[in-house]
Design a protein around this ligand. Structure first.
Ligand SMILES: C[S@@+](CC[C@H](N)C(=O)[O-])C[C@H]1O[C@@H](n2cnc3c(N)ncnc32)[C@H](O)[C@@H]1O
Length: 271
């Protein structure tokens, strides 16, 4: 996850995400869509399904769900993300700006509620899960996708791994509490039960993120907002980049370095 040290903006600030809309849609959404579609495949959706996508971002879940005919509500605390989803003009998607920790939505008003790489980022991720349960009707379904590694996925994950290998004594940047807690399948199941769900079942899915090797020529620009990079000293960055290039020589496929990233997809029923 990216942090902007220069402005002190953090991912807990909606304006951080407002500025990322175009980059997120171009670079992250093609990757997260793979997991969003896997999350949706755990559900049976039709035109009568009322579905809520929490922390929709640029709409990976909402857009795919809408293709089934389901009635989709997409929420995000970033006005920019909400506007981007609305700009598609999909008639069966309603998008609203809202904090996932305090949903302005009635109890038991959805048949299916999903959060793909969203709730894990909330400072009060337990409240996020409780809110998911509150708005799901009894017997309805919830799906929560998180990363299996507390350092996340894609370039965030690779940089963290290389940094730990090269500088084991250097304190890593503090990851999100929800990413740490929910990255373990048993703790994820327990958290869903605590929130009000039953019978959690967890699927592990791995998919490659594709790092374009040409982009490494401007590594400071590419990784500028990634804490595992921007908290390194200049000579440490040179060393980490050297390791990454060696890794790329070994594992490249054409002009990209695949970075295998594993998600846990938890599905449960509302009690
Ligand atoms: C990693 S993106 C995931 C987006 C999308 N679900 C996907 O899989 O591509 C995280 C999203 O969570 C949103 N977000 C973070 N904290 C939030 C909160 N407290 N309430 C609602 N949305 C939040 C951000 O604005 C961002 O769009």
């Amino acid at each position: 996850m990216r942090h902007d040290e220069s402005t002190n903006m953090k991912p807990v600030d909606p304006s951080y995400w407002d500025k990322l809309v175009a980059d997120y849609e171009a670079q992250a959404q093609p990757f997260t869509s793979y997991f969003a579609e896997a999350a949706l495949r755990t559900l049976q959706l039709d035109r009568s399904t009322r579905l809520l996508d929490i922390a929709t971002g640029t709409g990976a879940v909402a857009l795919a769900a809408a293709r089934t005919g389901a009635q989709v509500m997409a929420i995000d605390f970033s006005a920019g993300m909400v506007q981007r989803v609305l700009s598609h003009g999909v008639p069966n998607i309603e998008a609203r700006q809202m904090d996932g920790q305090a949903l302005e939505l009635p109890d038991a008003s959805f048949d299916a509620v999903l959060s793909v790489f969203g709730v894990m980022l909330f400072p009060d991720w337990r409240a996020g899960l409780r809110e998911m349960a509150r708005v799901t009707r009894p017997g309805g379904s919830a799906v929560v996708a998180v990363w299996k590694d507390e350092d996340g996925a894609a370039t965030n994950l690779l940089l963290s791994q290389l940094r730990k290998a090269l500088y084991p004594d250097l304190a890593p940047p503090r990851p999100f509490p929800g990413m740490i807690e929910l990255s373990d399948p048993q703790r994820l199941s327990a958290a869903m039960i605590d929130a009000g769900f039953a019978e959690p079942s967890i699927e592990e899915i791995t998919h490659d993120s594709q790092l374009k090797l040409a982009a490494l020529d401007d590594a400071d620009r590419l990784f500028e907002l990634i804490p595992a990079w921007n908290t390194l000293a200049p000579e440490q960055r040179v060393a980490v980049l050297g390791e990454m290039r060696s890794r790329a020589e070994q594992d490249r496929v054409g002009d990209v370095l695949p970075i295998p990233s594993t998600a846990l997809i938890a599905t449960a029923r509302r009690r």
